[in-house]
Write a protein that binds this ligand. Structure first.
Ligand code: PLP
Length: 411
């Protein structure tokens, strides 16, 4: 059976209602009337489960959160205003000044600058490592380390982390593992592989049509017996564990990040994101097979293609064993120079030039002159950004049309 079949049933059944309005209802209200002061008090102390204020939760958004949590088999989820919002929520909820992060692998430019420029201003240091630098990663973990962070597929360096192995390192060290699964929803289930929190930019393939900025963090349950979150490293969690047990990471994220930073999702974007989710498995399936076809054919036509489905890719074996549902919509082309890359982008008729990925349309972007323009040469080298690098996100178009267009553009 096709890997995505199970999700086809799940998403359409979970998004639609069997009674009343089938399509999710958009509750477009910033605040909610409590009726009586007693109910107001109950909502604030958590004994009454009704909406408090949309910065802290909204009924439309809450439906999206339930579906996202079920996709990853988490205990709960918190939707946010953007993917960066989800990363900020998950990380800020665990960090204090003086803490450290171990970041593994290729990293989206925004996440890199969040760690390197923004968090460093608050005395939070990030150590960056390649996915294969396992010894260095183990040696870098110390008593100040609160988070190990990785992307399921390095964007745009296309290097693949061994998530199971890194999760086992995180568990041995008693440190939280956060996985940005933006490019591989459904094909990779980080919580099942041993991660603690998964973050998404739902702006990408989950919505799929460039209509809604959004993000989501999915949390695992706190275990009943021993759990790394019950250690002194995460002592601030104790009161939430005492209050809500297995759910503790959710109020922790809301009270230590969302309440004060306000990266909350809005009901309209949550609605649009759910419409995207309904067709995600179908789109993902097609895109993953188109990407593999295009990587193979472009490579056969002597273009410099980076994608782990290719035999020469250093993580091809890991791709075959652990990424059976593919690794999302991305591949990269190295045209050698900025001029050649610009020529390609000026000639392609199919690709839309933009700084997004995971859209229904094929998208392309020259990396060094855009997202990575302010990065120094050493950092660019570490992130795999060469002068001629074009990141391509394959869409739903006929793959043979894309191939023909790309071969023409590369002439
Ligand atoms: N994570 C990855 C892998 C991304 O590619 C992006 C976006 O470009 C983000 C996070 C940030 O998402 P957003 O643009 O929704 O804030």
């Amino acid at each position: 059976m096709n890997h995505f079949e199970e999700y086809c049933t799940k998403f359409v059944q979970e998004v639609g209602s069997k009674e009343g309005a089938i399509s999710p209802v958009i509750v477009s209200s910033a605040s909610f009337a409590y009726g009586t002061p007693e109910i107001g008090e109950g909502i604030f102390d958590g004994s009454i489960k009704k909406p408090l204020y949309s910065r802290m939760g909204n009924p439309t958004t809450s439906k999206l959160e339930t579906i996202m949590a079920s996709m990853d088999e988490g205990i709960g989820a918190v939707a946010t205003s953007s993917g960066m919002g989800a990363t900020a929520l998950a990380t800020m909820s665990l960090l204090s000044s003086g803490d450290e992060i171990v970041s593994i692998g290729g990293l989206f430019g925004g996440t890199y600058s969040y760690f390197n420029e923004t968090l460093s201003r608050f005395d939070i240091k990030t150590h960056f490592f390649d996915v294969d630098a396992i010894e260095d990663i183990i040696n870098a973990i110390n008593e100040k380390t609160k988070i190990i962070f990785l992307e399921s597929v390095g964007n745009p360096n296309m290097r693949l982390p061994d998530i199971k192995r890194i999760a086992s390192i995180a568990n041995t060290a008693g440190v939280a593992l956060i996985v940005d699964n933006t490019t591989t929803p459904m094909s990779i289930s980080p919580l099942k592989l041993g991660a603690d929190i998964v973050v998404y930019s739902t702006t990408k393939i989950i919505s799929g049509n460039s209509s809604a900025l959004g993000g989501c963090a999915v949390f695992r349950a706190i275990h009943e017996g021993k759990d790394k979150f019950k250690s002194p490293r995460y002592d601030f969690l104790a009161k939430f564990i005492k209050g809500v047990g297995a759910m503790a990471l959710i109020p922790n994220a809301k009270k230590r990040a969302m309440r004060d930073f306000g990266m909350s999702a809005n009901a309209h974007a949550s609605y649009q994101t759910m419409l995207g989710l309904e067709t995600l498995p179908l789109r993902m399936d097609r895109i993953v097979s188109s990407v593999a076809f295009l990587a193979r054919e472009l490579d056969a036509n002597a273009l410099i293609v980076n994608h782990p489905s290719l035999l020469q890719h250093p993580h091809h074996e890991l791709y075959m064993s652990d990424f059976k549902g593919g690794c999302g919509s991305l591949l990269t082309l190295d045209m050698g120079t900025k001029e050649k890359a610009f020529e390609f982008l000026n000639r392609t008729k199919i690709a839309t030039i933009t700084a997004n990925i995971g859209d229904n349309r094929t998208l392309a972007l020259h990396m060094a002159s855009t997202i990575y323009r302010d990065f120094d040469i050493k950092t660019r080298e570490f992130l795999g950004i060469t002068d001629g690098l074009i990141r391509i996100s394959i869409g739903l178009e006929n793959p043979s049309d894309i191939l023909e267009d790309f071969l023409n553009a590369a002439k």
